[in-house]
Design a protein around this ligand. Structure first.
Ligand SMILES: [Cu+2]
Length: 335
């Protein structure tokens, strides 16, 4: 079942509401008529001449009610059409590139590649972990608030890790370290036992995560995520082979869209996540032997936006109903 506040669950609820209302009215009227005109009950014919089987009782007709029979269902059907089309607009009318976070999804046999058209900097919920990492310009600062277990920090840039010890008096770190916007970088803050208690990450433009390497797709909340989707063969050895049809599906938002081999511009779809958490990715088009293994995960996080002072994902609430959500996925926080 899709998450509560997504467009398709809202649509489902509204269709259900109107269906139940119409059902109660229609079946209620039918049973009433069955009881009233059943065999052995003499109808009250004092004000009509006769009742003819199969004919509308013309003498007794009521123009306003008969007009309503046509007008009310027409309004309801028109209303449902508008509702259904508005959900289409939300998923398949693509906003301007600049208004969203752009991802290129490539389906191969049998895994997904998630490429970043826009860079993404994010970190775990500062309030949940009591650790705040800021890295911009030439300074890396880590502040562990009261109650935080932060002891060490591992900074990994382009696969090379450096360990730093936090000042245990102030539970903080001030390091002169130049931030490179083009390098994939993580800052992992660990406790005495070496467990990671807080993660900060910078994903540069052009970076690719792959579900073949068990990597999650990471996307920010509260901005439209624009997916451009392509199907490609998993190796280029045969230039005549263009791959097979896949379908990129996100059950959490109730959406999916086909990936068509050979379609140069790809296909598009958009979702706007508003809850932090880890959710499923599925292939919804049979694509060969290991179609059922073509699965992945999407992690929704709060984006850092140093230029504007505030993370865009400030309202990125944790979806507490999701059972598999690890504590580290609680993005958001208050700066
Ligand atoms: Cu597939």
């Amino acid at each position: 079942m899709v998450a509560e506040d997504t467009v398709f669950s809202v649509l489902y609820d509204k269709f259900m509401f109107w269906s139940i209302l119409v059902g109660i009215f229609t079946f209620g009227w039918m049973f009433l008529a069955m009881l009233r005109y059943r065999d052995g009950v003499e109808p009250d014919t004092s004000h009509i001449d006769h009742i003819e089987v199969g004919a509308f009782p013309v003498d007794r007709h009521n123009t306003p009610i008969e007009v309503l029979f046509y007008v009310v269902p027409t309004i309801i059907v028109a209303w449902l059409v508008v509702l259904a089309l508005s959900s289409n607009t939300e998923v398949w009318v693509i906003p301007e590139d600049s208004e969203g976070h752009n991802m290129v999804i490539t389906g191969k046999q049998w895994f997904w590649e998630f490429e970043y058209e826009d860079s993404l900097t994010w970190e775990d919920d500062v309030q949940a972990t009591s650790v705040d990492v800021d890295w911009a310009g030439t300074a890396l600062t880590i502040n562990g608030g009261a109650g935080s277990q932060a002891v060490n920090a591992t900074v990994t840039v382009k696969g090379e890790s450096t360990d730093y010890e936090l000042d245990q008096m102030t539970v903080s770190l001030d390091e002169t370290l130049t931030f490179d916007p083009y390098a994939f970088a993580t800052v992992e803050v660990t406790d005495t036992d070496g467990n990671v208690i807080h993660t900060w990450m910078h994903i540069p433009k052009g970076h690719i995560f792959s579900s073949a390497a068990s990597e999650d797709m990471i996307i920010p909340c509260d901005v439209p995520i624009i997916f451009e989707m392509h199907s490609k063969p998993s190796d280029d050895s045969n230039p005549k082979y263009v791959g097979v049809q896949h379908s990129f599906g996100l059950p959490e938002w109730g959406v999916k869209e086909d990936l068509v081999p050979g379609l140069e511009n790809g296909t598009y779809m958009t979702v706007t996540p508003d809850d932090a958490g880890v959710f499923d990715i599925r292939c919804y088009e049979y694509c060969g032997n290991q179609h059922s293994q073509m699965v992945g995960q999407v992690k929704v996080v709060a984006m850092e936006d140093y230029a504007n002072g505030l993370p865009k994902g400030t309202n990125c609430a944790t979806e507490d109903t999701f059972p598999g959500s690890p504590a580290g996925a609680n993005a958001g926080g208050d700066y």
